[in-house]
Structures are given as C-alpha cells and as structure tokens.
Design a protein around this ligand. Structure first.
Ligand code: 13P
Ligand code: SF4
Length: 305
C-alpha cells in the first residue's frame, strides 16, 4: 500500500520548500494541521520542537525532520533541570511556556502558547486572578509585561535571530527613508524594537497585516523577523515596498540557520522516509507534553473559530 505523505513547511523555509509543501503556516496553524492530518508520514520542514509537537499531537504518524540539526536557540539555551527548579520556586503560579520548547519543557508547563495566542491566553489567566510565570522567551515576556502591565517572572532565553534586531540599525534605516515608514515585528524581538513597532504579532499575523495594508502605497514597510516571510509578503502584496529590518547598516540578511537546514534535497529525502524520525519520546513523555498543548488548541478553537 502506498504511504500517505504530508509535507508541512514553516514560513521561514526557503520559497522552493514552501512550494513543495501541502501546508505552509505559523506554529499554531501547523500544529492544528498536524493533529488533523490523515498521513502515514508527516515531513516537517521546520525545526525540531515543531516536529516533536506534530508527533505528540498525531502519535500514529511517522514524523520526520529533514535535518537533525534543525534546533532552536530557545530550546538549546534552556536547561530543563534548572527550569524545573525555577518552576518549583513559584508553586502558586501558572507556568505558561512558548511552543518553542522541548517536549520535556512542555511537560513542566500548565499552558503552551504560540506568538499567535499568547496575548489572549495570558489575559484570560489574569482575568481569572491567576499569577503567571513565563518561559523560555525573555523578549516576548518582557514585551507582555510592558504592554499589559504584568509582573510575570521570566525565564531568560532568546531567539538568536530576532535578538539581533536593534534600535540603532533601525533608527538609521528609518532615518534614511524620505517619506512614510512602518515597522512590523515578531514578539521575539528585543523590547526597544517592539516599542517602535506599528504592529507586533506572529508570522501569520504580520502577513495578514501586510495583506490588509491600506495606507500610503509609497510607504516603506520594515519587517523585523526572519527573511523567509518576505517571500509570502511579496507574493501577497507585490505593490508594496517591503524590506527586512536591518541588524546593521546595509544588511537585510537576518535568517534562521536552523530553518535553512531544510534544503530541497533534505526535504525530498525525508519524503522517502530518510531523516530524523521523532521516535525517541516515550508515551508518558508525550502524554505529559500533550496536556498543555491541547489546552491551548482548545482555547484557540473556542476563541478564534
Ligand atoms: P510563529 O509561530 O509566529 O510562526 O513563530 C515561530 C518562530 O519560530 C518564530 O521565530
Ligand atoms: Fe528558533 Fe529563532 Fe529560528 Fe524561530 S527564528 S526557529 S525562534 S532560532
């Protein structure tokens, strides 16, 4: 019997990979798609925590990551034993973790969030009078504390890609524009950059902002996120002047080395069953990590249906 192969790709993968995929999306969309996919093999052209999430949500499928090296700095900067000690020092807090985390990390969490639903889920918890700790992304947590006046204790890891965006390079780029300029940014960026942004949101959120842009068509729109998304934005709005925010003068070159390990050859091999099989998580580990993920997916389906 032929195997049903479904290929998922994140917006940060190169255009050719996105063209090969059955579904392209942000972390939330890809998780939902993986859960529902009727597939024998799910090829996940993204990074390892995404492939692990797909396996946790669809344990009967074989999930393959094209390149075993596709990690994420938010995962590698988080020592799970230290995280456990930190979590235990706040026994009366709810632990909210960003989806960019290992399965072990998820199992130590009460809720998982993505950049798409983090604002709404944390607001929901505060409305219920809960106290919250947030991990692992320090920049995202600092932004939420600033934006909504929370006082969440934060774990301290960063996305090595978004953390490179900085105010000095941004000011220089904005200063060089004669007319109107906008900035949209992913919440993994540092707080001074996010404070300047006209819109802060997930990859899909930024893409939708661009699609719906009805301001001055001559304006320059700077995008503070990984360069892969510029492909989708350009397809959606070829009429706009979209530029990646610089990390230093003259550089529109900020890309995620882990996402870019998804080469065409590696994805084709994965479609033949060759790559990193996510088969190392025990049923108990998957059950423990699934609980906070399902809580998020249920919330998202209720609120965004
Ligand atoms: P999104 O969920 O916004 O697609 O973000 C994933 C990611 O890894 C951003 O660096
Ligand atoms: Fe991780 Fe940053 Fe790469 Fe996203 S862009 S996968 S957060 S290292």
């Amino acid at each position: 019997m032929t195997q049903r192969v479904v290929t998922l790709a994140h917006y940060y993968t190169q255009p050719e990979i996105q063209q090969m995929a059955d579904k392209v999306g942000d972390s939330l969309e890809l998780s939902l798609f993986a859960r529902e996919a009727e597939a024998d093999i799910i090829v996940f052209a993204g990074v390892r925590f995404m492939a692990e999430t797909a396996k946790i949500l669809n344990p009967n499928a074989t999930v393959i990551l094209p390149d075993a090296g596709s990690t994420c700095s938010l995962v590698t900067q988080t020592d799970v034993a230290a995280l456990k000690t930190w979590r235990e020092s706040y026994p009366d807090h709810v632990h909210v973790s960003y989806i960019n985390s290992s399965a072990e990390h998820k199992a130590l969490s009460d809720w998982i969030v993505t950049s798409r639903n983090v604002d709404d889920i944390i607001a929901h918890l505060y409305e219920q009078g809960k106290k919250v700790i947030f991990s692992p992304d320090r920049n995202m947590g600092a932004y939420l504390n600033y934006q909504y006046g929370y006082d969440m204790p934060l774990w301290s890891a960063v996305c090595e890609v978004h953390d490179k965006f900085n105010e000095a390079a941004l000011n220089e780029a904005l200063g060089a524009v004669n007319g109107e300029a906008y900035l949209i940014a992913h919440p993994e960026s540092p707080l001074p950059v996010l404070k300047r942004a006209d819109y802060v949101g997930s990859t899909s959120g930024m893409l939708n902002w661009v699609k719906q842009f009805s301001g001055n068509p001559e304006a320059v729109i700077f995008v503070a996120t990984e360069d892969g998304i510029l492909y989708n934005m350009g397809l959606a709005r070829p009429d706009l002047d979209l530029r990646q925010a610089p990390i230093y003068a003259g550089c529109q070159c900020n890309s995620c080395p882990y996402m870019k390990m998804n080469t065409i050859e590696a994805v084709k091999r994965a479609q033949q069953g060759i790559g990193l099989k996510i088969d190392y998580l025990t049923p108990a580990q998957m059950d423990a990590a699934r609980l906070p993920i399902e809580r998020m997916l249920d919330f998202s389906q209720r609120y965004y249906a």
